[in-house]
Write a protein that binds this ligand. Sequence first.
Ligand code: FEO
Ligand code: CA
Ligand code: CA
Length: 630
Amino acid sequence: MSHDDLSFDEIDELISPRAEETDFDQVVETALSRRGFLGGVMTFGLGSFLVGTTAMPCKALAEGPADRFGFAAVAANTEDTITVPEGFEWDQVVTWGDPLFADAPTFDEATRGTAASQARAFGDNNDGMSIFTKDGRTVMAINNEYTNRKILWGNNPDRRWVTEDDVQKGMNAHGISVFEVARDESGKWQVVLDSDLNRRITPQTDMDLTGPAAGHDLLKTDADPAGTKTRGTWNNCGNGETPWGTYLTCEENFNGYFSAADEAHEVSTELKRYGVSSKDWGYGWAKVDDRFDVSKNPNEPNRAGYVVEIDPFNPTSTPKKRTALGRFKHENAAVVLAPNGKAVVYLGDDERGEFLYKFVSHCTYSATGDNSDLLESGDLFVAKFFDDMRGEWLALTPETTGMSDAEIRIHTRQAASHVGATTMDRPEWVAVNPTKAEAYVALTNNKNRGKKPNAGGDDTSANGPNPRDHNNYGQIARWMPDNEDHSANGFSWNLFALAGNPDVHDDAYAGSENINAGNMFNSPDGMAFDDTGLLWIQTDGKYSNKGDFAGMGNNQMLAGDTVTGEIRRFLVGPKECEVTGVCWSPDRRTMFVGIQHPGEKGNSHFPDGGTSVPRSGVFAVRRTDGGLIG
Ligand code: FEO
Ligand code: CA
Ligand code: CA
């Protein structure tokens, strides 16, 4: 079976179909529509969820405080390039297959590299990324989430893997690329070839399993009878960085790499909750490495689905999988210090109807001390949103779940279902406002909302922060912790934006008031605040520019003023791409933006044009006058 044209969640749906809606769901749905939920007249209607977030009228903005954006809006388009506002420019920093070491060849269009060259070159499909500085040196750490198989193997007759080297090349295109960058004479940021800080981390790299689940029977394999050492990380989506200078990389759709030689092999109920199955998604890893054959190594999938901590300035350090932060399809890890010095990490599980989590460290951060074990132990919570605009972080403990501390960290989804957490519309990135005690989550879309339960059977009727059935546009919710303390259990919440199309719809699918014909988008995904408190929003949505998506163009990046609610489009990506990953140079005069999977359906030659192979990459955006950007 070919899954080449399907997204991760489409493949999950195909391989692990959810039950159709139950009679109970229909009863609830009918009740909600009778009460006019989508029209906004339920007790706390859609309108009230948006309290304080509607955009000011233009006139008020013009007369009010100066425009915080510092750029003119870019129109939607379907060009095969990056479009930035007038007064801005962009150039390439690194693209898939570019060598990080001089002993690797430059990218070869004809062969698209080998396993050996790929192990020494920038990986494919870059996603979350961070920049670190120390002793005058600047290092980038960037996730290489997955591969465009039809492009990676596009030199083969049917654009699939043929040899073992093809499979190993695909494997080596995953993981993380860590490399030093510096400006050249013309001021452009470039990879420092052969820097002693450069490193590729792949599905083969040795890693430690740490925290409450380390050593548990469910993590033991023949190769690691102690359950404390594993190899590799893959499908690394969003990221995080800690105040103590480490990089966090988040394992998302780890399930799609496991299969069984015998496709009739039945995986356990626990693995099914995570979408692990006996069917190969097309990567072929089990064909070259028994670790990925779930019939031979049924515990191996329990050793993936974590947040991994990496020291970007020590290329020989062993990455640490932090089981304390739970196991699910991790999107990113947004770290903030609470007033009491505890490290708080917000974490989304990107699957339809799954949950939003929070970790609070047991120990406290020390500006001068050793923080290397801060993510080793802490309390894990899951979000419950109430329709009265309040919310609560429900503790996942042996008392609340009936599971051991280790089991909670391995079967985290089951623990969260047990306590009755709020099912969400695919939580993508969380971003914490540096200027105010609040955090934002992108809820990208959920076509099953109101239609099917999640994989654990939890009801997914529309609820407060997820108010629309068959949600094909997505929304951004935010919460304000009690006492301005991110370690507090209580919070209040509202919606910052409901994406939609006001040209096509005149109901809730038109979006919130701050969505208009000039800034509409669908499927918010990547999000990050800059130092000034502007919220940058990246999209991974439908780019047909037709029907429900007419007028939205290619995937894009926008900025949101979280005080006024105004949202303005900053950048449009090339054809069939996703815009994901953003970070800033230390002087904040360059914004690095990730472009992932241009031409994923075969219709792009970005960035090199002509007939070239489309390649994901990192692009530097600057003001032409050299001014600050974010
Ligand atoms: Fe890798 Fe949820 O995006
Ligand atoms: Ca994402
Ligand atoms: Ca994505």
